[in-house]
Ligand binder design. Sequence first.
Ligand code: NAD
Length: 487
Amino acid sequence: MVEMFDGKFLIDGEWSKSDSGSTIRVLNPATGQTIGEVPNGSVEDTKRAIDAASQALSKWREFTPHERARILFEGARLIKNRSNELGRLLTMEQGKPLSEATGEVIEAADGIEFYAEAATKMHGSVISSEIEHRNLWVQKEPMGIVGIIIPWNYPAAMFSGKAGPALATGNTVVLKPASNTPLTNLEMARAMVEAGIPKGVLNVVTGPGPVVGNEIAKNSKISKVTFTGETETGKQVMRLASDTLKRISLELGGNDPMIVCEDADLELAATGAANGRYGNCGQDCVAPKRLYVHKSVAEKFIKLFLDRVNLIRVGNGLDPETTMGPLNNSAQRADVERLVRDAKDRGAEVLSGGKRPEGESYANGFFYEPTVLVSVPDGSLILREECFGPALPIVQISDMQEGIEKANDSIYGLGASIWTKDVTKAMDAIGQLQAGTVWVNACSDTPINVPFGGIKQSGFGRDHGTEALEAYCEMKSVTINSKRSGQ
Ligand code: NAD
């Protein structure tokens, strides 16, 4: 018997269905079976949520940061207490292995705690005046209603990294989960309600991006939209938000280069590449997606890398033996297949994978083998577009400078990594690489206390870090004239 989850919206503190009565089915990507339904939100449903957030705003703003923090800490505690249950739910709707899913839920709760605490430490500034009796300061205030639009690859982490700072700084929220992974987000919201978040402060509306997401992006009552997802969708959100000059932050796609120099610790680099590229079945915005290795060490590196790839166990994420689950949906798998096919057609050689795994247990899920491509010609689509799945093209380079030039030859600028034991070389690369994050002898880590985001068409604005708190506040400059008449 398949477990069925009956999801409902959270609007104005109430769990409700869509006015239209229609629903969206949520699939388990490992089995293709329906595991639940959530309301198929309409524009009217979204407006109801925005109105609730608007009603709740003045009261929530007046809570002290400490009062808000107490509620957020309690919500985080409940999420942690339920991490096994929520991790299982996340595996069932997203596909990732249970250990990764439970880890994500716990980290998400840690993130909410981080922002609850950090918001109590924020301060404004007092500015000296050149005019007598003028008292000048800058205070930070909530922006208003924040619209949050979330993708399906890390739904729990995104909830925490966006709703955490938005709520902690006194904004109210209308959050739209991805339609493939709404259940974990709804359960996280349930924990916040149980923790005592006042009604209307946090609203969650499920439904299609072009309906619910569009309304969030364009509704004039919303002050800020924070979006994570594909670059093309981000551009659409930006266009819609521009009519009302909303504040926006866009965390978009990436095509992260990884450069392995001739003096790199090759064991470390091979482990980093395998964990980074195949974790979350490659559906990670900061996975290494193009690997440039110095030709003098290419053979040795590839051998070490293949040793690690061969250890990957593809399967249903609920099976404890599984180290890589399915892709989240069939369209995503088709896209990876398209990019691998294009590289092969241009002459690339497949050293591992390059196809769906065979066998009954894989028949109905969206599985794809961990794939390694070498001799990938310049111009191959997999070197230019974002491959959001478990395939890594490896290209040989003659020196680091060639690697950097190839790395920077991209519309994206999310992350980049350089692997070398030479600190001078590393410093040179850090300066030259066009990316929001550069790692040296590491890749793909995005800790909650370090600002994270892209440059170029990977977007703008930063999640994570105390910097993200500022991104949910407006600055208000205040002048008080304390002069008395006759003075
Ligand atoms: P997506 O753009 O398809 O969807 C993201 C969200 O936007 C979903 O909730 C979707 O319903 C909604 N949406 C779709 N159309 C919309 C519209 N017209 N208006 C408003 N909202 C709309 O992205 P996805 O496939 O869910 O996620 C994968 C992408 O996310 C990848 O490109 C990946 O690199 C990117 N990503 C980036 C980061 C980062 O921090 N830079 C992190 C994770 C994922």
